[in-house]
Design a protein around this ligand. Structure first.
Ligand code: ATP
Length: 232
C-alpha cells in the first residue's frame, strides 16, 4: 500500500533521516520504535506531506506521491493523528469531528454515528468544548476526527503519550478495532512492548536509519531491542 525508498529529510541543513526504506501492506499494523530524536515524527510528517523531503520516493497504492500536496494525500486516504492530539480546543467535540470530514460536501451522519459508537463518551460530550476533555478523551477525539476523513492508512504519532495506564490500554484496544474496520495503521510509540503486542511488523529507527525490521514478534524477542526499548 505504502512504500518509501531512500527517504532523506530534516530541518534546514540538519539531516535527520538518512535514506529510510520501509513499506506497509494493506490491513497491517506496523509500528515504528526508536529513541527520542531518532526521527520517527519526521518520517510521519514526510509521509503525510506536511514536511518536504530532501531525497527519496513515496509510493501509495502504486502512484508516485513524492511531490503530492498534503491535502491530496488526505483525499487519497493518508490521514495523520499528530503527536499531542491538536484538537481545536474552543470548538465543540462534534464540530471537531465534522472538521475531519471537511473535504466532503456534507458530513455523513453514519460516520459520525460510527465514531460515537466507538467512543460513547464523545457522544455524551458532543456539545462541550474539546479543551475541557481529559487527555485520553482528547486522544479519542483526535482519532475520531481522523476516522471522519475516511482513512485507508492512519498515521498515529504517540497516541498513548502522557495517558494513565488504564487509558493507554483503551487506546491500544481502539487501534485493534481500527484494524478490524479495515484501516491500515502506521504507529509511532514510545510504549514499545504494548505497540509490538498488537502489531504485525515493526521497524526500529536509530539516528535516522532503519536498524532492524521484521515481524513484530521477532522484533519483540530481539535481545538488543529488549534491552534498549523494552527495559527487559
Ligand atoms: P520524539 O520521540 O522525541 O518525538 P522522534 O524520533 O519523533 O523523537 P523527531 O521529532 O523526528 O524525533 O526529531 C528528530 C530530530 O530532529 C531531533 O534531533 C529533533 O531535535 C530535530 N527536530 C525536530 N523538529 C525540528 C524542527 N522543527 N527544527 C529543527 N530540528 C528539529
Amino acid at each position: 500500500m505504502l512504500e518509501v525508498k531512500g527517504l532523506t529529510g530534516g530541518y534546514g541543513r540538519i539531516e535527520v533521516l538518512h535514506g529510510v526504506d520501509a513499506h506497509i501492506s494493506a490491513g497491517e499494523i506496523v509500528t515504528l520504535i526508536g529513541a527520542n530524536g531518532a526521527g520517527k515524527t519526521t518520517l510521519m510528517r514526510i509521509i503525510s506531506g506536511v514536511q518536504p523531503l530532501i531525497a527519496g520516493k513515496i509510493t501509495f497504492e502504486g502512484a508516485d506521491f513524492t511531490a503530492l500536496a498534503p491535502h491530496k494525500r488526505v483525499a487519497a486516504g493518508i490521514i495523520q493523528v499528530p503527536e499531542g492530539r491538536q484538537v481545536f480546543r474552543p470548538m465543540s467535540v462534534e464540530d471537531n469531528l465534522r472538521l475531519g470530514a471537511y473535504r466532503r460536501k456534507r458530513t455523513p451522519d453514519a460516520d459520525l454515528e460510527r465514531v460515537y459508537a466507538m467512543f460513547p463518551i464523545l457522544k455524551d460530550k458532543r456539545h462541550l468544548a474539546a479543551g475541557g476533555l481529559s487527555g485520553g478523551q482528547q486522544q479519542m477525539l483526535a482519532i475520531g476526527r481522523a476516522i471522519m476523513g475516511n482513512p485507508k492508512l492512519l498515521l498515529l504519532d504517540e497516541p498513548s503519550m502522557g495517558l494513565a495506564p488504564i487509558i493507554v490500554a483503551q487506546i491500544f484496544d481502539v487501534i485493534r478495532q481500527l484494524k478490524a474496520m479495515g484501516i491500515t495503521i502506521f504507529l509511532v510509540e514510545q510504549n514499545a512492548s504494548a505497540a509490538l503486542a498488537i502489531s504485525d511488523r515493526a521497524y526500529v529507527l536509530e539516528t535516522g536509519r532503519v536498524a532492524l525490521s521484521g515481524p513484530a514478534r521477532e522484533i519483540a524477542g530481539n535481545a538488543d531491542v529488549r534491552k534498549a526499548y523494552l527495559g527487559i
